[in-house]
Design a protein around this ligand. Structure first.
Ligand code: GLY
Length: 310
């Protein structure tokens, strides 16, 4: 039996789901669906964790990370620390389609984006500029003082907090293809050049149409150290259910640190789950038969002293 097309996302992706489901309903691919959803959130200036309106690095520059995975052909594309373009997810897809590479970063990624006609954007909005200046002011700095600073690390350490947000999407189309996309402005007020898990294939994003997909949000450093998304897909392949796979991902993360971490999991049969180590977090999904997105609570798996390795 053919699966019912579905898209699963982090809570902040819910409003984008109708865009992607429209693609799936007309027989479009999972890959087109996740790109459409990611573009929708990238263009939303109210989301301070993604695309235009995303929080900048410590110098006030918005550096974007994104990746896309085709679970059928095992192709992937990603960009990291991309500056000056509004839709990193489409640049990541172009890396996948048009280059012999998987990942481009920084100046090379921006050069490629320009060369392939990607839309330019001023990603630092008046509102995020104000938030950045306020965050600096709270530690006795100003935009001018950090730009002059010889040593940025002490400033980053004083300013940086849990300002992590990201949006991710995993889709299953009517032909059984699974695709996944993740896009983010990364850790707000990060050290310039910091790259998180979102563009790292296997860390923040992975899928395989034979089994399913998994994507992470929260402290990307944990997903990079654990290869969380690939490990989750391997566990699906070993026969574990999405709910168990999601919980295990959080147990793994909790062993490293007690910092916010979340995962979504979609199996190839359309069953899905999500887990987190914080209370009150939600995720969303929508099938081609639904009239709108549905929100669900993520299963909470709290870190305890005994589960932490240090
Ligand atoms: N999970 C997003 C990041 O760490 O950049």
């Amino acid at each position: 039996m053919r699966p019912t097309p579905i898209i699963v996302t982090s809570g902040n992706g819910a409003t984008a789901l109708p865009e992607g489901v429209r693609v799936l309903r007309r027989g479009g691919s999972a890959l087109d669906a996740v790109e459409a959803c990611a573009r929708y959130v990238e263009a939303d200036v109210a989301d301070t964790s993604v695309g235009t309106g995303g929080l900048p690095n410590i110098l006030g520059v918005v550096e974007l990370d994104a990746s896309i995975v085709d679970g059928t052909a095992h192709r992937a594309g990603s960009v990291a620390a991309l500056v000056g373009f509004g839709h990193p997810i489409s640049v990541a897809r172009a890396v996948m389609r048009r280059t012999p590479h998987v990942m481009l970063v920084g100046e090379g990624a921006a050069r490629f984006a320009a060369e392939t006609g990607a839309e330019r954007a001023r990603n630092l909005t008046p509102s995020t500029r104000r938030l950045w200046a306020d965050a600096l002011r709270q530690v006795g700095e100003t935009p001018a003082s950090v730009r002059r600073a010889k040593r940025l690390l002490p400033v980053v350490k004083r300013v940086i907090a849990d300002r992590l947000g990201t949006v991710n999407f995993i889709a299953l189309d009517r032909r059984g293809n699974v695709a996944s996309a993740v896009t983010t402005s990364g850790w707000g007020y990060k050290y310039p050049g910091r790259v998180g898990d979102s563009p790292i294939i296997g860390a923040g994003n992975y899928c395989d149409s034979a089994t399913g997909g998994a994507c992470c949000t929260g402290y990307g450093e944990l997903a990079m150290r654990l290869l969380t998304a690939k490990t989750a897909v391997d566990r699906l392949a070993a026969g574990l259910r999405p709910a168990t796979v999601a919980r295990r991902a959080i147990v793994d993360a909790n062993r490293l640190a007690d910092v916010p971490f979340n995962v979504i999991v979609l199996a190839k049969d359309g069953t899905h789950a999500s887990a987190t180590n914080r209370a009150g977090r939600r995720y969303a999904f929508m099938t081609s038969e639904m009239t709108g997105p549905a929100m669900r609570s993520r299963a909470a798996v709290r870190a305890t002293r005994s589960t932490r390795s240090r």
